[in-house]
Design a protein around this ligand. Structure first.
Ligand code: DX5
Ligand code: ZN
Length: 216
């Protein structure tokens, strides 16, 4: 089952409630939190995410591109985000953090930058609900999909099925009509799309097109 999580990074930040309503047919709303340290960009923090959780018509999928997620990520689960993803490169104790997120009632996600190998994290797959394979360098919307990440998606899907786990694989960055089929074929099942969705003439029908191209 393909799940679509439009990224509100491409929404109008002065009309967030309107732009959240526009994606009410999606499966999640993807919320990018950046701290200007882990990535060279700064977005929104916990107070804004708390309000997004209150007004969003769909569950909130938080992507934390921040240093020290061990300290900050649990607050997003406490705020009611249904999914909280931290970067493996930034976490000091990823297993402890994933367990804490789950204890707080969120799905625990772990993200890998394009250059981060899967191999060091294969043994942790049983501790998480979702692996986010970044398909661009995190930090900005509108970049082009890195084809070289497809083998990592394939290896992750194989490792998950070998271990008989139920872990979702999310892809984020450059996902559009021209790339979503390859990502799905490689084994992704959760698709973040910012510019492709919010840049479309008809946001709701773009969500449907992407979902069906991903093989819903
Ligand atoms: C980038 C963010 C993405 C971004 C994707 O670091 O994590 O979620 O919004 O934007 P597009 O879909 O435009 O590549
Ligand atoms: Zn993201």
């Amino acid at each position: 089952m393909a799940l679509i999580s439009p990224s509100i990074l491409s929404a109008d930040f002065t009309n967030l409630e309107r732009d959240l309503q526009a994606i009410s047919s999606a499966d999640y709303a993807h919320v990018d939190v950046m701290d200007n340290h882990f990535v060279p960009n700064l977005t929104i923090g916990l107070p804004v995410v708390e309000r997004i959780v209150e007004v969003s018509p769909v569950p909130v999928d938080v992507h934390l591109m921040i240093e020290d997620p061990d300290r900050w990520a649990p607050g997003f689960a406490e705020a009611g985000a249904q999914s909280v993803t931290f970067h493996a490169e930034a976490a000091s104790a990823p297993v402890r953090l994933a367990r804490e997120l789950r204890r707080l009632g969120a799905r625990a996600g772990m993200a890998l930058r394009p250059a981060t190998p899967l191999e060091g994290f294969v043994d942790l797959l049983g501790e998480i609900d979702m692996l986010l394979v970044m398909t661009v360098e995190p930090g900005f919307g509108g970049q082009s999909f890195i084809e070289g990440t497809l083998p990592k998606i394939r290896r992750a899907r194989q490792a998950i099925s070998d271990a008989d786990l139920d872990v979702w694989i999310q892809v984020d960055g450059g996902v559009s009509r021209s790339t979503i089929e390859r990502a799905a074929e490689a084994g992704a099942n959760v698709f973040v799309a910012g510019s492709a969705v919010y840049g479309a003439q008809d946001v709701a029908s773009e969500i449907e097109v992407l979902r069906s191209m991903a093989g819903a």
